[in-house]
Design a protein around this ligand. Structure first.
Ligand SMILES: Cc1cc2nc3c(=O)[nH]c(=O)nc-3n(C[C@H](O)[C@H](O)[C@H](O)COP(=O)(O)O)c2cc1C
Ligand code: SF4
Length: 390
């Protein structure tokens, strides 16, 4: 997928971030990441430095750094591009995170559908071992040993959820755990573990190389730094773009050539539908948050078909552990199909919305909690279009 504008990562000098980090004390590395204000780029937006601090504080025979390269959210493909263009920066970020929290092992959990990327990533790891950027006493830092291995996922979307990912790494069914305890306390094999997104590790490297102030100067007060987006759908120039956090949806869509859009779904199938009247809203944690997926819908699109497509996905991908998600997604899909036939009363539509809200608060993990989002926001903004079929 084409890179459409300048990606700042291209200007980061390889291994500078790691060298800077190893000159500092682990707590100073964490402070730098905290000072940058970076929040995780995988979607949930948890402050990265704080996560690392929690893991650093924990005692454990061993600690783990996991890179979440599962990238299963429909419409997201930016991590794939980062992995093919800048794998060193990602592995470097994992290594300096290992130094910061006191971990000796890194696991790169790679989406099953990305098997074709594995050989290139292994080659990069081998070169890093040879250059003493992985292994024992990295870059001459006495006592700091860290290595990374790649673990292939098997194509389950729920395994992108960090606790299901850890279950899968332990050889169990990929099912979300109850939280607490959180992975930073009890993660892989019961040990303190940080799980971060591919993009988060790449930016951590850039922050160490260019400084916390550089990162903080980009974006908004609550959403610092640049964000890499995957833009697809009814646009002239789909692809991977970088924007400062806080950029309006209008500007994002204009850059990709989707001026006619009637709506955009931000955050993938588990994200929210934003109508044209709200395109002045900003992509940021305080307004419209996204792990990176922006899907644009032109004027000819039927938004009910969009909801149907997303719900089919969730019916397939629900792990089935909890009732609100296992049954709820099936019921929402049935409802959408009645709406498509023009056979859904307004009171039944109201019941469907109440069901969606119940799923948001009663589902066990983020999959079920977010699966009704697109349906509910489509009903909210396109009610007349939906009921107009009756
Ligand atoms: C169903 C589901 C799928 C997820 N898939 C991914 C994914 O593919 N990649 C990712 O980084 N985070 C994914 N997450 C979020 C992770 O659970 C976790 O918050 C993230 O990896 C933390 O990294 P960050 O703090 O750097 O964003 C998913 C969450 C849920 C609920
Ligand atoms: S919300 Fe869905 S995916 Fe998550 S535990 Fe429940 S059934 Fe499984």
């Amino acid at each position: 997928m084409t890179i459409r504008n300048e990606i700042t990562l291209a200007s980061v000098v390889k291994n500078e971030g790691l060298a800077v980090a190893l000159e500092l004390k682990p707590a100073e590395v964490i402070k730098t990441v905290r000072d940058s204000g970076m929040k995780g780029r995988g979607g949930a937006g948890f402050p990265t430095g704080l996560k690392w601090e929690f893991a650093a504080r924990e005692k454990g025979e061993k600690k783990f750094v996991i890179c979440n390269a599962d990238e299963g959210e429909p419409g997201t493909f930016k991590d794939r591009v980062l992995m093919s263009e800048w794998p060193d920066l990602i592995f470097e970020g994992m290594t300096l995170a290992g130094y910061a929290i006191g971990a000796s092992e890194g696991v790169f959990y790679l989406r099953g559908e990305y098997t074709y990327l594995q050989a290139g990533l292994e080659k990069c790891l081998a070169a890093r071992r040879k250059a003493n950027l992985l292994g024992d006493n990295i870059l001459g830092k006495e006592g700091f040993s860290f290595d990374i291995h790649i673990h292939m996922g098997c194509g389950a979307y729920v395994c992108g959820e960090e606790t299901a990912l850890i279950e899968s790494l332990e050889g169990c069914r990929g099912e979300a755990r109850n939280r607490p305890p959180f992975p930073v306390n009890t993660g892989l094999n019961g040990m303190p573990t940080i799980v971060n997104n591919v993009e988060t590790f790449a930016w951590a490297t850039a922050i160490m190389a260019k400084g916390a102030d550089w990162f903080k100067a980009i974006g908004t007060d609550k959403s610092t730094g640049p964000k890499i987006l995957s833009i697809s759908g009814d646009v002239e120039r789909p692809g991977v773009y970088e924007f400062p956090m806080g950029t309006t949806i209008d500007d994002v869509i204009e850059a990709a050539g989707g001026q006619d859009a009637k709506a955009v779904v931000i955050g993938g199938a588990s994200g929210h539908c934003i109508p044209r009247t709200e395109f002045s809203r900003a992509i940021s944690y305080e307004d419209v948050a996204t792990g990176g997926s922006v899907i644009v819908f032109g004027p000819h699109r039927d938004m009910l078909d969009v909801a149907e497509n997303f719900l089919e996905f969730f019916v397939d991908e629900s792990c089935g552990q909890c009732t609100p998600c296992r049954i709820g997604n099936v019921k929402l899909l049935e409802g959408v199909r009645l709406l498509q036939l023009g056979e859904c009363s307004t009171s039944y539509l109201q019941d469907l919305c109440s069901l969606g809200e119940t799923m948001q608060c009663a589902s066990k993990c983020g999959l079920g909690q977010s699966s009704p989002n697109a349906f509910l926001s489509i009903v909210k903004h396109f009610r007349n279009e939906i009921l107009g079929r009756a």
